[in-house]
Design a protein around this ligand. Structure first.
Ligand code: SAM
Ligand code: SF4
Length: 325
C-alpha cells in the first residue's frame, strides 16, 4: 500500500469511529517527510469533523513563580538552576480576578492557575481555593489548575469549586523521564492524573517535544497519552531557558512538530489538542499551519515566564484561516 493510501485508510478508520491501532500510529510516525502535508491535511479534516471550526483559547496565570523544589531540566522555575527569573508568591485574589476578567474580555474561554510547585502546601492550597472562589463569583470564566501533585481531598475540593480541568503533564516518554527529572518519577505524574480523574476533574495532559528525545520516544509519549484519553492534550515545544541544562538544545524540525500533532489527532479525534509553550518561538507562523494540521487550541497572552502573542493578534490569526474562537 502506498503512503498516501495508508494515510487515507487511517483517516477513514478514524472518521468512521473505528480508530487506529498503536501499530498504525507507529507507521504514521515513520512515513517520509514528503508525506507530512498529506498527513496534516487528513488530521485537519478529522479535527473539523469532530470539533468544527472552534479554537480553544486559554490564558494562564503563573500564581507562584520560580524556586521550585524539582529539577526538571527544561524548567526555568526550578530552584536547581540559576535562571535569573524573578520569584513571587501567591498574588491577592483581587489581582487574579482582574487578570481573569481581562482574559475573558480578550476572548479566552478558560483561565489556568499554574504554580511552580512540586505540590501545594495545605496553607497555599487554601489560598488558591479562595482565589478560585473569587474568580468564580466575580468573573465567571472556566477556571483550570496546574498545581503539581494533589491529594484526593485537594482534587475533590477543586471539583467542588467547579474547576473544570486539571493540568498535569507526563512531560516526555517514560523511557526518557529519569533523564530529565530526578526529584520525582513518571509514575508520580501518572498517579496525580488518576487522582484528578477519580475526583471527577477533566484531564489536560501532554508534555514537551524537542528535549532531545528520539522519534520513538515521541511516539511512546503519544501512545501513553492516547491510553489516558484526556479531554485535552497540551504539547509544548521546548523553549531553551538560559541557565537550565537544556539551554543549548537544538530545536526540532517543523515537520516533526506537525507529525506529532497530526498523529495525536488521529488517536484522539475528539480531544482539544493545544499548542502550548514555544508556539511563537519555534514556529515561523505562530501555529497557523498547526491549527490546520490537527491542533485546535492555543494559549495566548504569554506563558509562565515567557511572553507570547497578545490575544487580538492570535484571534486575528485564527479568523484569517477561517476558524473561530
Ligand atoms: N509545577 C507544576 C508541574 O510541573 O506539574 C505546574 C506546571 S509547570 C510550571 C508548567 C509546564 O510548562 C510544565 O509541565 C512543562 O510541560 C511546561 N514547560 C516548563 N518549562 C518549559 C520550557 N522551557 N519549554 C516548554 N515548556 C515548558
Ligand atoms: Fe517545578 Fe513544574 Fe518546573 Fe518541574 S516543571 S521544576 S515541577 S515548576
Amino acid at each position: 500500500m502506498s503512503y498516501s493510501d495508508f494515510i487515507k485508510e487511517c483517516q477513514e478508520n478514524v472518521l468512521s469511529g473505528v480508530g487506529i491501532s498503536s501499530d498504525s500510529a507507529a507507521k504514521l510516525f515513520e512515513i517520509p517527510k514528503e508525506y507530512i502535508k498529506e498527513l496534516a491535511n487528513a488530521a485537519n479534516q478529522i479535527t473539523r469533523e469532530f470539533n468544527g471550526n472552534k479554537v480553544d483559547v486559554e490564558q494562564l496565570n503563573n500564581i507562584k513563580k520560580n524556586s521550585c523544589s524539582e529539577d526538571c531540566s527544561f524548567c526555568g522555575q526550578s530552584a536547581f538552576f540559576d535562571t535569573g527569573i524573578e520569584s513571587y508568591q501567591l498574588p491577592s485574589p483581587t489581582e487574579v480576578v482582574s487578570r481573569a476578567q481581562k482574559a475573558k474580555d480578550e476572548g479566552a474561554k478558560s483561565y489556568c492557575l499554574v504554580a511552580a510547585w512540586r505540590e501545594p502546601s495545605p496553607k497555599d492550597f487554601s489560598k488558591v481555593c479562595t482565589i478560585i472562589e473569587e474568580v468564580n463569583n466575580k468573573v465567571g470564566i472556566s477556571v483550570e489548575c496546574s498545581l503539581g501533585f494533589l491529594t484526593y481531598d485537594q482534587a475533590k475540593k477543586l471539583k467542588e469549586l467547579n474547576v473544570k480541568r486539571y493540568n498535569h503533564n507526563l512531560e516526555t516518554a517514560k523511557s526518557k523521564f529519569a533523564e530529565i527529572c530526578t526529584t520525582h518519577t513518571y509514575e508520580d505524574r501518572l498517579r496525580t492524573l488518576q487522582i484528578a480523574r477519580d475526583a471527577g476533574l477533566e484531564l489536560c495532559t501532554g508534555g514537551i517535544i524537542g528535549l532531545g528525545e528520539t522519534q520513538e520516544q515521541r511516539l511512546e509519549l503519544v501512545l501513553a497519552l492516547a491510553a489516558i484519553y484526556p479531554e485535552e492534550i497540551t504539547i509544548n515545544i521546548l523553549v531553551p531557558v538560559p541557565g537550565t541544562p537544556l539551554e543549548l538544545q537544538t530545536p526540532l524540525e517543523k515537520s516533526e512538530i506537525i507529525r506529532m500533532f497530526s498523529v495525536i489527532r488521529f488517536l484522539l479525534p475528539e480531544s482539544v489538542i493545544k499548542i502550548s509553550g514555544g508556539r511563537e518561538t519555534n514556529l515561523d507562523d505562530s501555529g497557523e499551519e498547526l491549527l490546520q494540521s490537527g491542533a485546535n487550541g492555543i494559549i495566548t497572552s504569554g506563558y509562565l515566564t515567557l511572553g507570547g502573542n497578545d490575544a487580538d493578534q492570535d484571534i486575528k490569526m485564527i479568523k484569517k484561516i477561517g476558524l473561530e474562537v
